[in-house]
Ligand binder design. Sequence first.
Ligand SMILES: Cc1cc2nc3c(=O)[nH]c(=O)nc-3n(C[C@H](O)[C@H](O)[C@H](O)COP(=O)(O)O)c2cc1C
Length: 286
Amino acid sequence: MSDRTPAPTTIPAADRAACFAARYAGATDAPGDGPWSPVVADLMNHRSVRGFLPDPLAAGTLETLVGAAQSAASSSNLQSWSVVAVEDPARRARLAEWSNHQRHIAVAPLFLVFVADLSRASRLAAARVRPAAALDRFDMLLVAVTDAAIAAERLVVAAEALGLGTVYIGALRNRMAEVAAELALPRHALPLFGLSIGHPDPAVVTAVKPRLPQALVLHRERYVTPDDEADRIAAYDGAMRAFEARQGMAVLDWSDKVLNRVADAASLGDRAAIGAVTVALGFGMT
Ligand SMILES: Cc1cc2nc3c(=O)[nH]c(=O)nc-3n(C[C@H](O)[C@H](O)[C@H](O)COP(=O)(O)O)c2cc1C
């Protein structure tokens, strides 16, 4: 992996200290030394890509990526996820429209929809005339969602290792029922999120987006709310404001983004109602 050609948008981060400095905007409280590997460097260099070239992917790319995704761990090896690969421009355009008109869905040559998929188990039970009463239990939904998310992230890591760019599309859930119908999903199959994949446009520079300090995220033995949580969040707001200004993005405190999102159900838009859609698609909440 270490001798691969770096993606055009990759900012070289030579060592552990540089990776930590970039990820925590210079505010890392991690010790200076520790185990390190090029794989971890690649993970810490992740950034979402929203500027794509329309160029097609090399033959066999999709199969390589899905092989990496299927190599992920899976709860009880039930493998309760699927992925729908959408290349058709008209279908991508429709999915883009339903996802707040996000342009990258229409531009990038490949759009993957990750599906929490209990339909295989359901079909298996029907074919063998066996009961499947647990299918509508909430834990089965959690199992399938977790499997799909873990597999998707493995696919993202593989894509980045191949020099490709990706961006997840949670806005796909705005129109969950329509997406399920568009992709002909069977009952017990839930579209969770999309992923645009393509060659990054070298004219669009991306950067590592700072994360919260580890002191707020990492708890040792038991969860302890840090005394200085408010101060550390204020410092992180400052780091994010600086990042957004550098990137030419709208400047908004991270804390305001969180507060806006959790203020009321209306802030979720159509997603406020996906509990009912999830049940209608065959999943249970009990
Ligand atoms: C489940 C999920 C859904 C997301 N949905 C969107 C989306 O609809 N549109 C978008 O531009 N980015 C989306 N993102 C990307 C996040 O905005 C991005 O990961 C976050 O801002 C951190 O930036 P980074 O990935 O560059 O580190 C999503 C990410 C995840 C994990």
